[in-house]
Design a protein around this ligand. Structure first.
Ligand code: AMP
Length: 417
């Protein structure tokens, strides 16, 4: 299919050809016709799918049809993005696609001087790309008003929530007019995102461009059935015994990621955690260290791990099982890339049995179970005993069994940060 078939106007087609794009990506093909009819949209899509053009092209075309310009401090289109990198990238896309239209776009984000952003606003901005914090600052000082927004994009909504922007977003939403076209993008759909999008979108059409169910054939998948309290001993043991040189470990929560990284480091295995509460600089440093192989273990939450592209990653460990089965497929897809073989190890505690069942149903096979190695028993206060002390029950378990009723606190809650 060609862009012409999507009813895009000539100035946009020319700009796309100048960028070297000949055909729309699937998300562009599926969504542009609906968006040109001014429908709201829920896009379940990650960066890399061409989602920016999927919303930028219709917005530019509709604003061109509207035929007017915004008067400072008002803007007509608002695109909210979680990070300055993404905001800059989106603004550059508007520069490129809109170059023949005469609409004015600008970007604002924190961590830099506010003056040039104020000056840009004073000149008049039709399309504003912004991160939440700086936008609110500029709004509070009267430099930006949202009452006349007609097009509103919330990009990477799940990452926004993960980075703790929920209150900022609520404040921004409260300032937007009721009548507008809303474009909502999120790569994952946890309950919070579902309720937020339900509240925000009117009769939206939905596009999902990452239907995943088949992990790479090249990934060997194993499961250890292990009590929650012993997972950290198992992790250390597995990394040491199998001489794993380079591994990405997944946890469900940010605190869990911190704990796992701290425990490993304490026991002599260099590890760092990345998640939404860490500064961008800290995340980039950890990621670079991992890519350069100076860091052996990277512990990540699902959202923070997005976009991590590490070649020749031999192992992925699911320290905790994701609640959504598709996430498992995304996780283990980090290894076994480009035909290389990879190994995915999943630690399943009794309370996670249902999640594992969902995964096995989705991928249509049962993970191969591995007997537990000898592990120290987990003391209730989760002190690490000297190695060799105590025994676990050794024998492989046939299944996850029933949830434990013992009063022992779970690993996730047993230690003070
Ligand atoms: P995004 O998911 O919006 O971050 O886009 C991912 C990359 O694909 C960006 O570098 C875009 O410039 C590029 N891109 C977007 N649409 C197309 C297309 N139709 N053909 C080729 N590349 C594209």
């Amino acid at each position: 299919m060609k862009f012409e078939a999507l009813q895009l106007i000539e100035p946009l087609i020319t700009a796309l050809h100048q960028k070297g794009y000949t055909e729309p990506t699937p998300i562009q093909e599926k969504s542009i016709p609906h968006l040109l009819k001014r429908k709201d949209m829920f896009g379940c899509a990650q960066t890399g799918t061409g989602k920016t053009a999927a919303f930028a092209l219709p917005i530019l075309q509709l604003m061109h049809e509207d035929g007017d310009h915004a008067k400072a401090p008002y803007v007509h289109a608002l695109i909210l993005a979680p990070t300055r990198e993404l905001a800059l990238q989106i603004n550059e896309s508007f520069d490129a696609y809109g170059k023949n239209l005469g609409l004015r776009n600008a970007v604002v984000f924190g961590g830099v001087s506010q003056q040039p952003q104020e000056a840009a606003m004073r000149k008049g901005v039709d399309i504003l790309v912004a991160t939440p914090g700086r936008l609110l600052d500029l709004m509070q000082q009267g430099h930006i008003r949202l009452d006349r927004v007609r097009y509103f994009v919330l990009d990477e909504a799940d990452r926004m929530l993960d980075m703790g922007f929920i209150h900022d977003i609520k404040k921004i939403l409260a300032k937007l007019p009721d009548r507008k076209q809303t474009f909502f993008f999120s790569a994952t759909v946890p309950a919070e995102i579902k309720s937020m999008s339900d509240a925000l979108l009117k009769d939206p059409f939905r596009v999902n461009v990452t239907p995943v169910s088949a992990p790479a054939e090249t990934v060997q998948q194993f499961v250890y059935y292990v009590p929650k309290e012993q997972k950290r001993f198992l992790l250390k043991k597995v990394i040491e015994d199998q001489q794993i040189e380079h591994v990405l470990v997944f946890t469900r929560t940010k605190r869990g990621a911190d704990r796992v990284a701290r425990d490993l480091t304490k026991s002599g295995i260099k590890a760092e955690a990345i998640h939404g509460d860490k500064s961008q600089t800290a995340r980039q440093r950890a990621l670079q260290g991992f890519k350069d192989r100076k860091l052996r273990v990277l512990v990540a939450t699902d959202i923070a791990a997005r976009g991590i592209d590490v070649t020749q990653l031999s192992h992925v460990i699911n320290f905790e099982i994701p609640e959504v089965a598709e996430t498992y497929v995304h996780r283990i897809g980090r290894t076994g890339r480009a035909g290389a073989s990879g190994i995915a190890l999943t630690f399943c505690s009794p309370d996670e049995a249902d999640y594992l069942k969902d995964i096995q149903k989705l991928i249509r096979k049962n993970l191969q179970s591995v007997p537990l190695p000898e592990l120290p028993p987990a003391p209730p206060r989760a002190e690490v005993p000297a190695s060799g002390q105590g025994r676990n029950h050794g024998a492989p378990r046939s299944g996850p069994g029933k949830p434990r009723r013992s009063g022992a606190p779970s690993y996730a809650r047993s230690r003070k940060a």
